[in-house]
Design a protein around this ligand. Structure first.
Ligand SMILES: *Cc1c(COP(=O)(O)O)cnc(C)c1O
Length: 469
């Protein structure tokens, strides 16, 4: 090792000295000593690595005071919130990366109330004895869907896993090859079937599966017939799939339970609002299916949850499965879910008050009005000479695996800058204190007003004002 390196290594800032310096600073006084020491070690070890890797000749070691300053900055950084509010300007209403469904005001209020004190989570107030957390939403779920019984768990992936494990562990689960999909985020139907302990029995082909394909696969090893909503994937053209009602009849004939993984959990007839048809929970139950699973935070418009509806005997088996305890729903989710379900007692009210449904069904004219308001606001800002804003027509998407081929008409604000590329604009907006997540198309930055509320205009205006001149 050359002399220069040796000297540098010898003169590395001493952790104990840095610690002594830090103890005099007030901000440090509150962080655990071990945490501070670990941060010191990281910094000094980075310096050591830099020297060993051949720091160049005029490499200057920072002083102990400088290292102490850096540690303080790291501690300050730890106080910055990572999980933060963002403005969703993408026009994708159920955006999994942006937290899916925003909660309604009523649901939020209920979460606050349950979170801030004690609650009747597992206490039966009628009888004054231990109760079940699952009972709070069971009656309303059954009433609204027509199902005999209901259970809620952590998310739909958990609901599918738990149901398959209960009905088909060590047995075959029959699924059409056209439905062996990946939903996104590592959720693949064949993998979840394998993890449930069921054996995948694929039938039919990618584009066409007939009732006879299912019937031929039924045997002593069959545990369940599974139908999967293909979510954000569609096969077009020469296709054929078997209706749920035909599968139910087949299952009944052979005494085999039929399960429907509905995914989105739509409870509203969306075609009434000029949108395409999404299978509803009520329709699935009315078909006589043995068990249906769906998410709480997709089209249902509630918190992350997995909802399992179905026949009493099947739900009884599921409730006895030890996995249920491992996948159980927490009280804040339950509070939000109960309040969300109550909104469906007035379906038109649900469409008006649940943010997901409100966004999805908002008339174009209202969105255009909002776009004009935002445009006026943005055109007033001082750097308008280098930024130009205009209104464009475009399309929003439902997201969350619902209505995947439907383009929902919307109004966009297109932003162009004289100095910055659309990518640079996008990055600037993404790094704001309240980040604005926009999309880029046709060489411009686009803000979709369908997913932007008027309350969020201030963040957008401020964001563009921060761009400088
Ligand atoms: C989204 C989806 C899932 C996974 O649900 P999560 O709530 O994200 O766990 C499973 N199946 C289908 C068909 C889906 O659309």
């Amino acid at each position: 090792m050359d002399e220069n390196k040796k000297t540098l290594l010898k003169n590395l800032p001493k952790i104990d000295s840095v610690m002594l310096l830090l103890e005099k600073k007030s901000a440090f006084a509150r962080a655990p000593k071990d945490v501070v020491k670990t941060l010191c070690r990281y910094l000094v070890s980075d310096l050591r690595d830099a020297i060993l890797e051949g720091a160049h000749n005029n490499f200057r070691l920072p002083t102990e005071t400088q290292v102490a300053e850096e540690v303080l900055q790291l501690i300050e950084g730890l106080h910055h919130r990572r999980l933060r509010k963002v403005v969703n300007a993408t026009g994708i209403i159920i955006h999994t990366n942006l937290g899916r469904a925003p909660l309604s005001e009523d649901a939020l209020h209920q979460v606050m109330e349950v979170a801030e004190g004690y609650s009747s989570l597992e206490f039966d107030l009628e009888k004054g004895q231990r109760g079940l957390r699952y009972d709070h939403v069971r009656d309303i779920l059954c009433l609204l869907s027509g199902a005999e019984d209901a259970l809620v768990v952590n998310n739909n992936a958990a609901a599918v896993l738990l149901t398959l494990n209960t009905l088909s562990e060590g047995k075959e689960g029959i699924v059409s090859r056209g439905e062996l999909v990946e939903i996104g985020g590592e959720f693949r139907i064949p993998d979840i079937i394998a993890k449930s302990g069921a054996l995948l029995r694929e039938v039919g082909t990618t584009n066409r599966t007939r009732l006879a394909d299912y019937a031929d696969a039924i045997g002593p090893a069959t545990g369940v017939i599974l139908k999967v909503h293909t979510s954000n994937f569609r096969i077009m053209g020469f296709t054929e799939e078997v209706e749920l009602s035909a599968l139910v009849a087949l299952g009944k004939k052979h005494g085999i339970p039929v399960m429907d993984d509905l995914g989105s959990g739509c409870c509203i007839e969306l075609d009434r609002y000029g949108l395409g048809k999404e299978p509803t929970v009520q329709d699935a139950v009315a078909c006589g299916v043995d068990v249906v699973t769906f998410s709480g935070d997709k089209l249902l418009g509630g918190p992350q949850a997995g909802i399992i509806l179905g026949k009493k005997d099947i739900l009884a088996k599921i409730k006895k499965n030890p996995l249920t305890r491992a996948l159980r729903i927490d009280k804040l989710t339950l509070a939000a879910l109960e309040e969300t379900m109550k909104q469906y007692l007035d379906p038109e009210g649900a469409v008006a008050h649940l943010p997901v449904l409100k966004s999805l069904t908002e008339p174009l004219a209202d969105i255009q009005k909002r776009a004009k308001k935002l445009l006026t606001l943005l055109q007033k800002i001082s750097n308008r000479k280098t930024l130009s804003f205009s209104i464009k027509k475009g399309a929003s998407m439902a997201g969350g695996g619902a209505l995947p081929t439907q383009e929902i008409p919307t109004a966009l604000i297109s932003v162009r800058s004289a100095h910055l590329t659309p990518n640079q604009l996008e990055e600037h907006l993404r790094h704001l204190e309240v980040p604005i997540i926009a999309r880029i198309a046709d060489d411009g930055l686009l803000l979709d007003l369908r997913t932007i509320t008027e309350e969020e205009f201030a963040y957008i205006k401020e964001g563009f004002m921060k761009l400088g001149h």
